[in-house]
Design a protein around this ligand. Structure first.
Ligand SMILES: [Zn+2]
Length: 143
């Protein structure tokens, strides 16, 4: 496997809450205090209200919007094949994050309910969100 240190995040003031939260097992996304819209990746201001966004803990579950099976090692952090999904956090229409599926192989159908947990990013000290298809870890109610 090649040098994975080049694939480590470089937090800045906008993204630091996400990385700090991940280290604590939380999913911290930017949210507008006025209209309550989530914004990920984070921006400084709400696109609708032009007020400063605040970091807020998001639900640790979601539904799969889409996904793909990675068969080529585009990023040399994980052995191929592995599955990557776009998750709508908190349910359909929620903010979207990208996550590797940590407990299953192959395609995951859109609409599949997943739990979100944090796992170490190989090669450094960061934690990243992963999707868990079959093993609820959070105790969140299944919908
Ligand atoms: Zn807003």
């Amino acid at each position: 496997m090649s040098d994975v240190s080049a694939f480590q995040p470089v937090p800045d003031p906008l993204t630091a809450p996400f990385w700090d939260g991940a280290r604590d097992g939380r999913l911290i996304l930017a949210r507008c205090p006025r209209c309550l819209a989530w914004q990920h990746p984070p921006l400084e201001m709400c696109r609708a209200c032009a007020v400063r966004l605040r970091p807020e803990a998001a639900p640790l579950w979601g539904v799969v919007y889409s996904g793909t099976v990675m068969r080529h090692p585009a990023v040399p952090l994980y052995a191929t094949p592995y599955t990557v999904v776009i998750v709508e956090v908190g349910g359909a229409g929620g903010p979207r994050i990208v996550a590797r599926v940590a407990d299953a192989e192959g395609d995951v159908a859109p609409g599949t309910r997943v739990d979100i947990a944090m796992r170490p990013l190989p090669g450094g000290d960061f934690m990243v969100p992963v999707a868990l298809v079959g093993t609820p870890e959070t105790g969140a109610p299944r919908s």
